[in-house]
Design a protein around this ligand. Structure first.
Ligand code: LFR
Length: 471
């Protein structure tokens, strides 16, 4: 029989990939066919994304399907959250696409809280305070470049903009929209009242569409350029939304850790928790597939490791890095990984050293010490987060599922077992792309529902139990 292919385009902060997925004897099979780099660039003193480069690479990956003669039934794009573009009435991007790690949002929280208190805001949308959320970015634009907002006709998040370039259809998607902090957690729709209070133009925010919605066919120009026609579909366009779909369990007793540039640790819930207790612990209620909520917390994650590794003069294999970290186990200084100073430092090494000095701890000097300091600090934060989840929900969890590229870090997986005492499972590695493909397959009725899809994920991909030191 003919194979039906689905294409996931998954773009992260450091790379993007095109992954084909299809069914084979009751299991999901996947193959990466194209990969490209993504990075922050400084423009006019701001950290920005190069959208034209990203779009070019999206198209190149589509052309690769033609070359391989594996034409996808549909295509879905997911990226990181919170970042967006403003389009003018002719569909042109207004200004640079400033990235969330840029410092323009400094002080914008105070601007928002002049209008609405922090707890009232959380009561409406249940989104954790992160200074980079779109709400604060929009306030920064209002302050720095109000003419852009005045001329704006549409607000599109990054995946939506790429979809727009592919199809000519401008469409907003629900899961990613929740990361703006402008969506009401209970109505699951834009909070226009809040926008009016903040004097943001409500007309630029379009109707919210759920995952599985068809955006449209490729425009005829695009179809000619890539050499075939296909349908662009919305997955959970927020990468974390896609990743959590692919957590290989249906058990309620399980915590997930979506491990990539960020570590996102939490649980899935059917009712949002916008209480003061929840806000004080800074948990978020992001919108998920089929009206679920991702109750989680952002932890700085592999970003720290990626940055210090880049600064090491020697190139190490992953095995060597684990070895170095292991040797550093005598070193006891730790940092608060979520401190703002680690968000976009000129030098991660200097930032770590400065933090330790400022807090009266011994500062890490060698590569062993730097690595172990980061690992130990991350593990400490994971353990604290697990405890907080248990406090806020008033129950115990026995398992942690680590998914995403970071689950390949054996040293971190082991530390997680050690510091939490939970059963830890690692995999699948490509959770985000799998989740993206699952949404497309669900739309095509390959599975009845998410529950069935997750069962299939569990038997299709490698999921390893991490042994503790003692075993
Ligand atoms: C992960 C992620 C997180 C979001 C952060 C910034 O890639 O999407 O969920 O908080 O990036 O958008």
């Amino acid at each position: 029989a003919e194979i039906t292919y689905y294409l996931a385009v998954d773009i992260g902060a450091s790379s993007g990939r095109h992954i084909l997925g299809w069914m084979d004897k009751g299991k999901i099979r996947m193959e990466e066919i194209y990969r490209f780099e993504n990075k922050l660039e400084k423009r006019n003193g701001h950290l920005c994304w190069n959208l034209d480069h990203l779009f070019h690479e999206v198209v190149e990956g589509l052309r690769k399907c033609k070359e391989l003669d594996r034409i996808p039934e549909s295509v879905g794009i997911d990226t990181w959250g919170v970042d967006f573009v403003l389009l003018d009435a002719n569909g042109n991007v207004l200004g640079n696409t400033v990235a969330y790690r840029d410092g323009r949002t400094k002080g914008m929280d105070e601007e928002v809280y002049k209008v609405i208190s922090e707890s009232e805001l959380y009561g409406r949308n249940g989104i954790q305070k992160q200074l980079f959320n779109s709400i604060y970015q929009l306030m920064a634009i209002k302050k720095e470049a109000p003419q852009l907002l005045a001329r704006a006709d549409r607000f599109l998040m990054i995946p939506e903009y790429l979809n727009y370039r592919l199809t000519g259809v401008a469409m907003n998607e629900y899961t990613n929209a929740t990361t703006t902090q402008l969506v009401n957690a209970k109505t699951q729709d834009w909070d226009f009242e809040l926008m009016e209070m903040l004097d943001l133009p409500t007309k630029i925010f379009g109707e919210l569409n759920m995952p599985k919605t068809v955006v449209g066919p490729l425009s005829s120009e695009m179809a000619a350029r890539v050499g075939f026609q296909t349908t662009v579909v919305l997955p959970a366009t927020h990468d974390t939304g896609s990743a959590v779909m692919a957590v290989p369990t249906n058990s309620d007793d399980s915590i997930y850790l979506s491990s990539g540039t960020w570590s996102l640790m939490g649980i899935e819930r059917l009712i949002p928790d916008c209480t003061e207790l929840s806000r004080k612990h800074n948990f978020t209620n992001e919108g998920g597939y089929h009206h679920r909520y991702r109750y989680l917390k952002n932890i700085m994650g592999m970003w720290m490791m990626q940055n210090i590794r880049r600064e090491f003069k020697h190139k190490y294999t992953f095995e060597e890095l684990y070895e170095l970290a292991y040797i550093g186990r005598y070193f006891t200084s730790t940092v608060d990984v979520n401190d703002d100073m680690f968000l976009a430092p000129e030098s991660m090494i200097k930032a770590l050293q400065a933090y330790c000095e400022q807090t009266g701890q011994e500062k890490p000097e060698t590569e062993c010490e730097l690595l172990y300091c980061v690992y130990r600090s991350l593990a400490k934060c994971y353990a604290k987060t697990v405890a907080e989840i248990e406090t806020v929900t008033g129950r115990k969890y026995d398992t942690i599922h680590v998914v995403g590229g970071g689950c390949q870090d054996k040293f971190l997986d082991r530390l997680l077992v050690e510091v939490t005492g939970k059963d830890v499972y690692a995999g699948p590695i490509e959770a985000t792309a799998i989740g993206n493909i699952m949404a497309q397959m669900l739309r095509d009725h390959v599975f009845e529902d998410l529950k069935e899809a997750r069962q299939v994920v569990a038997k299709s991909f490698d999921v390893k139990r991490i042994a503790s030191e003692r075993e």
